[in-house]
Design a binder for this molecule. Structure first.
Ligand code: 13P
Ligand code: SF4
Length: 368
């Protein structure tokens, strides 16, 4: 158990660290000791302890995305996973309060799927470059220009954008959604917005023609093929595992690609001696906790939006029941149809992978 070298000062009514806190949180520290420095634990422990007590008092559940820092993901998250898993759980949550330890579109998704619950986001500014790349008005213009093609919208979008769409997808089910909706509409062409790279990566996995939008994830667009090739030279024994929000040439240079949930399952199943996760930084920490036998090389990029969520603002969210997500009823009702269409598709037992050996296929941009 880490010791208290000096009393951690309480400020702004935050809980203090004492020997009782350290004792109660010691089993949680054991889980994360390889990725959270011992000197930092007295700062985290009182918040972890208070959050876990407040959750019971408030009848709350914390949904923590795979990109949360390890002390959030492992020590206060009740349900953890990728965007699809968190949406599925939000739709069925029994608690009165859902705290989204993730970004704004995830909290909106939870509210749309569980309208009677109090849904909280610890920081309202936790956005997403993909969600910011497109508006409801943009989708209305796309619809007017291409009335006979279905619109598949990535969950990384606002409620208003989802409301203008036919069906949502996540990186976990994007190929399946595109193929299902093409069949339903009897078309060979589907519009998939707003992530151009996810759309191009899906295009390479299916015969369906895809038209897309020029939105990008500011975390994954930074990775380059040259960087992956250099990593391959430096670590020839490592499994290179990437996310489909990366450019297609990055996927082609990798061993595996899939949603954050699929990346995690791949490591658990294959137990590589060395792995490189081409994605947001906290992901390696969290997968490392679950897979102590694997060594992780970390050429990661930070998501500034995910990193706005901290133990402190989760504590404040639960203490003050803030910041509550509200989606106007009309928008929520139409967005729910798109989300539900996705959730109603039959799911497999594990998130599917992208075949990184398939050649790149063209995906053109919508012209509006
Ligand atoms: P998934 O967890 O669904 O793979 O999404 C990754 C992401 O970037 C979420 O913002
Ligand atoms: Fe958005 Fe990318 Fe951050 Fe995910 S990692 S929230 S897609 S900017």
């Amino acid at each position: 158990m880490p010791s208290l070298s000096k009393t951690t000062p309480a400020s702004d009514g935050l809980p203090e660290c004492d020997a009782g806190v350290l004792e109660r949180t010691a089993p949680l520290y054991e889980k994360v000791r390889d990725v959270v420095p011992e000197a930092e634990w007295p700062l985290h422990a009182p918040l972890v302890d208070a959050i876990n007590r407040l959750k019971i008092e408030r009848n709350a559940v914390i949904l923590a995305h795979n990109y949360m820092t390890p002390e959030i993901f492992n020590c206060v998250g009740d349900i953890t996973g990728d965007s699809l898993r968190l949406a599925q759980v939000a739709a069925e949550a029994e608690q009165d309060v859902i705290v989204q330890a993730g970004v704004h579109f995830m909290a909106e998704t939870a509210k749309i799927l569980s309208p009677d619950k109090t849904v909280l986001i610890p920081d309202l500014e936790a956005g997403c470059s993909l969600a910011a790349s497109i508006t409801g008005e943009d989708v209305r213009r796309i619809r007017a220009a291409y009335p006979s093609y279905p619109i598949v919208t990535y969950v990384n979008t606002s409620a208003e954008v989802k409301a203008e769409s036919d069906i949502c997808c996540t990186s976990s089910n994007a190929v399946q959604v595109v193929e299902a909706v093409a069949r339903q509409w009897g078309t060979d062409t589907v519009i998939m917005i707003p992530d151009e790279y996810l759309a191009k990566n899906v295009a390479s996995q299916t015969g369906v023609r895809i038209l897309t939008w020029k939105g990008d994830c500011e975390v994954h667009e930074k990775f380059t093929r040259a960087e992956i090739e250099q990593l391959r030279i430096e670590h020839p024994d490592a499994m290179i595992i990437t996310h489909p929000e990366c450019p297609p040439e990055v996927l082609r240079a990798a061993d595996f690609a899939g949603s954050t949930g699929a990346m995690s399952s791949f490591v658990a199943e294959h137990r590589p001696a060395k792995a490189i996760l081409i994605t947001e930084c906290s992901m390696s920490d969290n997968v490392a906790v679950a897979n102590p036998g694997t060594q992780f090389i970390r050429p990661c990029n930070l998501c500034p939006h995910m990193k706005r969520i901290t133990l402190r603002n989760i504590y404040e969210a639960l203490r003050d029941l803030r910041f509550e997500i509200d989606v106007p009823a009309g928008v929520a009702q139409r967005a729910r149809v798109s989300l539900q269409a996705m959730l109603d598709l039959p799911g497999g037992c594990k998130p599917p992978a992208f075949d990184t050996s398939r050649p790149e296929t063209r995906a053109d941009y919508v012209s509006v």
